[in-house]
Design a protein around this ligand. Structure first.
Ligand code: ATP
Ligand code: MG
Ligand code: MG
Length: 554
């Protein structure tokens, strides 16, 4: 068995297994804050953590980092669970930081009693100012040396909601001169008189991220806590907190960092995605233009295409921008194997086969997927009047135009060879009808000499009589520039592409009636499409997932 080289995260784990850790010690977590839907950046973190779980046969917890009642909602918890499951991963335990509020509170009391935390009653502006700058030492708060009794009393008042919101915070007493700004007496609790989606109004104080995260890892006995690079300076604080509370008989969690993955022509930040939703740029978090897992799902992405994409990029030590074409490649590659081929015409012009009987309909065999032997065949109707794409016909064209032109032949996919003889135009010179004749011995797969005749072009088509009218939603990039949120002066919203959605009517072969929401098909020569949830019994709605790189006619 050929083994892939270890990435730097796996190297860390392997080294720990040789020195400090047993295999049974390994435990990982994926820790989303339920303040929005998961996006493609999160997929990297999900694949990393759950991938390690599979590789080392170790548990992976799904931990909701739910410490901010102002922004978090049950809807987001539900969506996150749905998306992680859909990607194909199973978590060992569903955890909530809010379940640890009592334990965190008890530890905070312990810190106060040890003289390692104090209540600060200054404004947040004053606290920020005293913090200093990286090149200038901080200044002690006038409340830094409050007595333990006074701190306990005030903290109790904060907890009971007796102090106005924002009147006090609890700070860890570390080092106002530290070169690491995060070590300059960080705030660990603040008061918020808001209802929390799980704890309701039980708590009026809420722990800050740094105080919560490492202690949650410790409670769950997570061995390796992987987070993105911006948390590198937080590691010192993570370790300091653990030093204060840890029982040395228990495993000590380790924070390690990997690079954030950004995707071009979009934004991957829940806060920014929330603005697109709130300001009505998109129809919701699952709008097919969104880089959310649920948006990609609705767009027609498969879980495998997302997992392959994330694993293909791998983990890195430097943040980088991945071109969205890489994601598109991944879904095209997956759908090529899985999606049945069908015919739909999106910009129709009428073809009349003048030598074909008026009332006749033939049901021809069509292969569903030449990439998949088990996909079988279906029947498509052929009759005298058909639609083809407007752009597949020209009255005259040079030798490189392998489609239909007057006096020349093309093959209709799964059907006959036709020749264009004449066309009808409206007052503006637009072609409205193309008159053709067909070679009745040329049916594909019939084995006749005529059926094996080589003609240059092959076109997709639908028989008008049996065609279904469908709504088709075509998408363009949501932003006009590769990196909309790194511009110095402009807000990312200024780069929204006003033409990211085009809705058209198309015509499809009747086999489409068998398709269900989320089914994926290749419209031959046009791209991959999926059935949207807006589909009704009257009208099917399709989303274009991605175009074809090559046409099958090559
Ligand atoms: P956002 O800004 O979108 O809210 P976040 O990092 O604040 O991102 P969390 O819900 O805290 O979102 O993220 C859960 C996990 O996913 C974290 O470990 C975080 O580091 C990771 N993550 C988030 N975005 C990315 C990304 N673009 N690339 C890799 N990992 C990411
Ligand atoms: Mg976060
Ligand atoms: Mg965030």
């Amino acid at each position: 068995e050929e083994k892939e080289p270890l990435n730097f995260i796996e190297q860390i784990i392997e080294k720990d297994l040789e020195t400090t850790h047993k295999k049974e010690d390994l435990c990982f977590r994926f820790p989303p804050e339920p303040n929005g839907y998961l996006h493609i950046g999160h997929a990297s973190s999900i694949c990393l953590n759950f991938g390690l779980g599979l590789r080392y046969n170790a548990p992976v917890n799904l931990r909701f980092d739910d410490t901010n009642p102002a922004k978090e909602e049950q809807e987001f918890v539900d969506a996150i669970k749905r998306d992680v499951s859909w990607l194909g991963f199973n978590w060992a335990t569903e955890c909530y930081a809010s379940d640890y509020f009592q334990q965190l509170y008890d530890w905070a009391i312990m810190l106060i009693k040890d003289g390692k935390a104090y209540v600060d009653s200054q404004s947040s502006e004053a606290i920020a100012e005293q913090k200093g700058t990286p090149t200038q030492q901080g200044v002690d708060s006038p409340f830094r040396n409050r007595s333990v009794e006074e701190n306990l009393d005030l903290f109790e008042k904060m907890k009971n909601g007796e102090a106005p919101e924002g009147a006090h915070v609890l700070r860890a007493k570390i080092d106002m001169k530290s070169t690491n700004m995060l070590m300059r007496d960080p705030v660990i609790y603040r008061t918020l008189h808001k209802s929390h989606h799980r704890t309701g109004t039980d708590w009026k104080i809420f722990p800050m991220y740094d105080w919560t995260h490492g202690e949650s890892d410790y409670i769950e006995q997570v061995s390796h806590s992987f987070c993105t690079l911006e948390f590198l300076p937080h590691r010192e604080l993570y370790d300091w907190f653990l030093d204060q509370i840890r029982d040395s008989s228990k495993l000590r969690p380790k924070q390690r960092e990997f690079a954030r993955r950004n995707l071009s022509h979009t934004v991957v930040s829940k806060r920014k995605l929330a603005r697109l939703v709130e300001e009505g740029v998109v129809t919701g978090w699952d709008d097919p233009r969104m880089p959310t897992i649920s948006g990609l799902r609705r767009r027609g992405y498969t879980p495998e295409s997302i997992v392959n994409f994330a694993n293909g990029i791998g983990v890195g030590k430097r943040d980088n921008l991945i071109d969205v074409s890489r994601l598109e490649f991944s879904v095209r590659d997956d759908l090529n194997k899985k999606a049945n081929r069908v015919m739909a015409v999106l910009d129709p012009v009428k073809v009349i086969i003048t030598n074909y009987p008026e009332d006749k309909t033939e049901w021809l065999d069509a292969e569903n997927n030449q990439e998949d032997d088990s996909a079988g065949f279906r029947k498509v109707p052929f009759s005298r009047e058909l639609y083809i794409e407007k752009e597949d016909f020209r009255e005259e064209a040079n030798k490189k135009f392998f489609r239909l032109k007057l006096g020349k032949e093309v093959r209709l996919k799964n059907a006959y060879i036709i020749q264009a003889n004449d066309c009808v135009k409206d007052a503006n010179g637009n072609v409205t009808e193309i008159h053709c004749t067909y070679d009745e011995d040329s049916l594909s797969g019939s084995g006749t000499e005529a059926s094996m005749r080589k003609v240059k072009g092959t076109l997709h088509w639908v028989a008008i009589k049996e065609a279904l009218e469908i709504e088709v939603r075509l998408y363009d990039r949501l932003f006009t520039v590769a990196s909309p949120d790194t511009h110095k002066e402009k807000d990312f919203m200024e780069f929204v592409n006003p033409d990211s959605l085009e809705v058209i009517t198309g015509y499809a072969e009747p086999s489409f009636k068998e398709l269900h929401v989320e089914d994926k098909v290749q419209f031959q020569r046009l791209g991959y499409f999926t059935v949207d949830k807006d589909t009704t019994t009257e009208k099917m709605v399709f989303n274009k997932t991605v175009g074809l790189r090559d046409s099958w006619a090559k």
